[in-house]
Design a protein around this ligand. Structure first.
Ligand code: ZN
Length: 220
């Protein structure tokens, strides 16, 4: 497991464990937790505490066929399951890298060229909760033009590293920025960088180039 410097905050992990995050944001946290022993242990504790709370809740009277109905629901495929959920295989990653298991329920589009050394893939989850989820695969030295967002932006680095003027983020690192933060993520020289990002609201690019890029990728 990679040494991780940036983790979701405890409050964010609590929201995640309680199932209070929109699906798109929760996916990025789940991918982090899958690859971070520290956060996995913390979420495990929270979930165990949540389970204990449920155990203390007085039982409610259930309809006679409730169990049969619940079992039938478990057996049936979800009505809105993405047909091709990774069945055709996700797009290729740099050699030696593997897709996180948490993405298995999502539909990952093939890499789309958005500029020299820059590729983009839209990730779709069942249901639309106003969060755009996408993957960026950028070559060393490339950057995502300076931008801000109208809501929260969560990013998990799958491989490679970038610096956004605030800090360096490497493989396994998680970053959460809020509305109004302007940042310019630049990929470092140690190879390609692949990031999973979820954005609530829209991205607002500061430059003309950024706006063109954003329109190409359907982000702004
Ligand atoms: Zn962590």
């Amino acid at each position: 497991m990679t040494r991780t410097a940036h983790h979701p905050s405890d409050a964010l992990l609590l929201s995640h464990a309680a199932g209070r995050l929109p699906a798109g944001l929760a996916l990025v946290v789940a991918v982090h937790v899958e690859r971070c022993a520290r956060c996995a242990a913390y979420v495990g504790l929270l979930e165990a505490a949540g389970g204990a709370l449920l155990d203390e809740t007085p039982p409610v009277e259930m309809h006679a066929d409730a169990l049969a109905h619940a079992l039938a629901t478990l057996d049936a495929p979800p009505a809105d399951a993405p047909a091709a959920a990774l069945q055709q295989g996700p797009p290729p990653l740099p050699v030696g890298e593997a897709w996180p298991a948490a993405l298995a329920g999502s539909q990952v589009a093939p890499w789309r060229w958005i500029g020299p050394g820059m590729r983009y893939s839209r990730v779709r989850l069942p249901g639309d909760d106003g969060v755009i989820v996408f993957l960026l695969r950028l070559a060393a030295g490339k950057y995502l033009p300076q931008h801000a967002h109208s809501g929260r932006e969560f990013t998990q680095v799958l491989c490679g590293s970038f610096h956004d003027g605030r800090a360096q983020f490497g493989a396994g690192d998680f970053d959460a920025t809020g509305a109004g933060v302007h940042h310019l993520p630049v990929v470092q020289s140690d190879g390609e960088c692949v990031c999973l990002t979820a954005v609530q609201g829209r991205l607002q690019f500061d430059s003309f180039y950024g706006r063109v890029l954003g329109q190409l990728a359907g982000l702004s």
